[in-house]
Design a protein around this ligand. Structure first.
Ligand code: I6G
Length: 667
């Protein structure tokens, strides 16, 4: 029995340490397969010997049964709220107030950090073991969401024995959030399953934490940054930054962008810097938080009603604005899916002009009761397509009825269909001009076949004039025909013919992506390229062969098979080959994989290749391109006018290389 206990403890330590390396150090040490193997081994031992199960075992992250409702938890120390500083002057006024509130001559340091747009929570640990977790609620009592928080792997179930002693009690506060990319993927999945879409990452994080069944929460890609202390017994700190150092040592995630500064100018600069990288970090933030570092000074300054005098939130300009819907268009995509799009009175949202917003589908429109000519709140978040947050019904005037999608396709007049269980309406006509236009626009787009200069308008014109009916027709276009088009100069026609000629040599991954097979995106193009190496092999692969590939599920396998079983598609591919499109076949050799396992981040403008081409190069040789710099990054490639990523790389000791050095590597 003693031996068994030892084995169970050893497995738990290995799993906890793998989690720590992955989430806290950003430096994975074992593969997913090895992690799963350890978890299975532990699970089997615990199944055979349930007396060995402890509440902080990694197997217990989703052990609990669904609840019928959440209990409430009274916070030992209320969670205060923060006052806002709107603009730089108010940040300066905050600093002045701090100095005024302290004895003359005191030096003040400020901890500066991004303000995550997520959900504030509190985690309580007794003698190192996680005992409860709650929402902020009204600041005094919150909801007991312990079992949902347990499912988040970056939350430790027991504190790590690191450089700091384990306190008898510690409450750690932080923000649970969802990365924008994960949010997009979750919404795509919701759409596929006919479920309600989330408006933004914050709502989807909140919705995920408020599930009564932790089996739902565990599937949601939630993460956490910890930033503050509640009750604490058995250890003391003299500064906030010292506490922030203890957090990762115990196993908590702390934002790597936190910095210490000394005066108002530096705080303003920090705020500007974080605002400038706002859209390039992977999660939503809505401002910065400044806190007096010394706990003794915090005590002197005290709190007023519900907020501390020693901290403030510097709010960024809203990424939301109010504008009017001019009309709603039922836009037909290349697969026939109909997406209602709101054409808006153009509005500037944080420096970007927004003229369209997606309304997703009829259910969304009905739920939000969106009508033509309505005044609406529009939200933009990073690269997510702008969305309508809500209608301002008080501004509604005129007599516009609730919007209902037309029952015939606006392009070809075919009756639209809705497959049982799907939220999307579809135009079933494969010869629908709108579907043809969208599929050609997709085929020529930058990350697909990449025909420079062949923009959306020109594709529409070519289809409308009957000059092309499918993508293969592009390769038989003559310069004279193009030059005869309205508003087309001789030189432009020649440029397009040259660009079409240049596009004839492409990779298999790009070609697969360009075909526009349902459920096959860019990433899947690369997976299929790697697995099959040639177009013929892919085209003749059976459903079973396709499904046996890692990352290809039954839906994707069926989509691929359906696509290649369609005679019209085979004819188009044959004509593309007749038009001399040349697809390079891939055989991966050890030589080709010289970037295997290496992560690259780009900053600044590259001169001889585009950012996308550089990313392709890295991926082609087995590397990974990432958007943010961490200790895990192997190289930061620096172009002209590099941003803050170069400074971050220097700070973390990550190797910085020039564009030329990257290209030399790739040769
Ligand atoms: O609402 C908050 C978000 C972030 C906070 C906060 C914070 O620190 C990064 N810190 C405090 C002290 C409070 N609210 C009250």
């Amino acid at each position: 029995m003693k031996e068994l206990k030892g084995k169970v403890n050893q497995l738990r330590e290995l799993i906890n340490s793998a989690n720590f390396n992955y989430y806290i150090l950003d430096n994975p040490t074992i593969s997913d397969a090895e992690y799963d193997r350890l978890m299975r081994e532990l699970q089997n031992l615990e199944n055979e010997h349930p007396e060995l199960i402890t509440t902080d075992s990694p197997t217990q992250r989703v052990g609990a049964k669904p609840l019928s409702e959440f209990n409430t938890i009274t916070h030992r120390i209320p969670l205060l709220s923060l006052d806002n500083a709107m603009g730089e002057n108010e940040i300066r006024e905050f600093v002045a107030r701090i100095y005024k509130g302290l004895p003359p001559g005191e030096i003040v340091q400020f901890v500066c950090e991004p303000k995550i747009d997520g959900l504030a929570i509190e985690l309580a640990y007794e003698n190192g073991t996680f005992i409860s977790g709650s929402t902020r609620g009204d600041g005094v009592t919150g909801e007991d969401i312990t079992q949902n928080l347990k499912t988040i792997r970056s939350i430790p179930l027991s504190l790590r024995k690191g450089n700091f002693p384990i306190p008898s009690l510690i409450e750690v506060r932080g923000e649970v959030y969802m990365d924008r990319e994960d949010f997009k993927r979750l919404n795509e999945q919701q759409l596929k399953e006919g479920k309600t879409l989330f408006a933004n990452p914050r709502n989807s994080a909140a919705g995920s934490l408020r599930q009564l069944d932790p089996k739902v929460t565990v599937k949601r890609p939630l993460n956490i940054f910890c930033y503050s202390m509640g009750a604490c017994e058995g250890i003391s700190f003299s500064t906030h930054s010292e506490f922030l150092k203890a957090l990762p040592s115990w196993g908590f995630r702390v934002n790597p962008l936190i910095e210490l500064y000394n005066n108002a100018d530096e705080l303003v600069n920090y705020s500007r810097k974080i605002e400038s990288i706002r859209n390039s970090i992977s999660y939503d933030i809505d401002g910065v938080v400044f806190k007096v570092n010394s706990f003794a000074q915090q005590e002197t300054l005290g709190i007023k009603s519900r907020s501390p005098r020693w901290a403030i939130a510097g709010k960024f300009k809203a990424q939301q604005e109010v504008t009017q819907i001019l009309e709603i268009e039922a836009s037909v995509g290349r697969t026939g899916a109909i997406t209602p799009v709101a054409h808006l009175k153009p509005v500037n949202i944080s420096g970007v002009t927004v003229s369209n917003a997606t309304l997703h589908n009829q259910d969304e429109i009905t739920r939000k009761d969106i009508r033509e000519k309505d005044w609406v709140v529009i939200q933009r978040a990073g690269d997510v397509i702008p969305q309508v947050v809500k209608v301002i019904t008080e501004h509604r005037s005129g007599n516009y009825p609730p919007y209902i999608l037309p029952d015939t396709c606006q392009s070809c007049g075919t009756t639209v269909t809705q497959i049982l269980g799907e939220v999307k309406h579809r135009c079933p006509n494969i010869s629908c001009p709108a579907r043809i236009k969208r599929s050609i626009q997709h085929f020529v787009s930058k990350r697909a076949i990449d025909i420079d200069g062949l923009g959306d308008k020109l594709v529409e014109q070519l289809v409308d004039e009957g000059l092309i009916k499918n993508v293969a027709d592009l390769y038989f276009l003559k310069k004279d025909i193009l030059a005869n088009l309205e508003r087309m100069a001789d030189k432009s026609a020649q440029n397009i013919v040259d660009a079409i000629e240049n596009s004839k040599s492409t990779t298999l991954a790009r070609f697969i992506y360009a075909l526009g097979i349902r459920n096959v995106g860019e990433y899947m193009g690369k997976v299929l390229e790697k697995s099959f190496g040639s177009l013929e092999k892919l085209m003749s692969a059976s459903y079973e062969e396709l499904e046996s590939i890692e990352g290809v599920g039954p839906i994707v396998a069926q989509s691929i098979r359906n696509f290649f079983d369609e005679k019209a598609n085979i004819n188009t591919i044959n004509r593309l080959i007749e038009g001399r499109i040349k697809i390079s076949e891939i055989t991966y050799t050890t030589e080709v994989k010289r970037f295997e396992g290496k992560t690259f981040v780009f900053t600044g403008t590259l001169s001889s290749i585009t950012r996308d081409e550089a990313k392709d190069l890295v991926e082609k040789f087995g590397g990974k391109a990432s958007s943010s710099v961490s200790k895990k990054t192997d190289y930061v490639v620096v172009g002209e006018n590099p941003g803050s990523k170069a400074a971050k790389a220097k700070e973390l000791g990550v190797k910085i290389i020039s564009e030329d050095e990257l290209l030399d590597f790739g040769e």
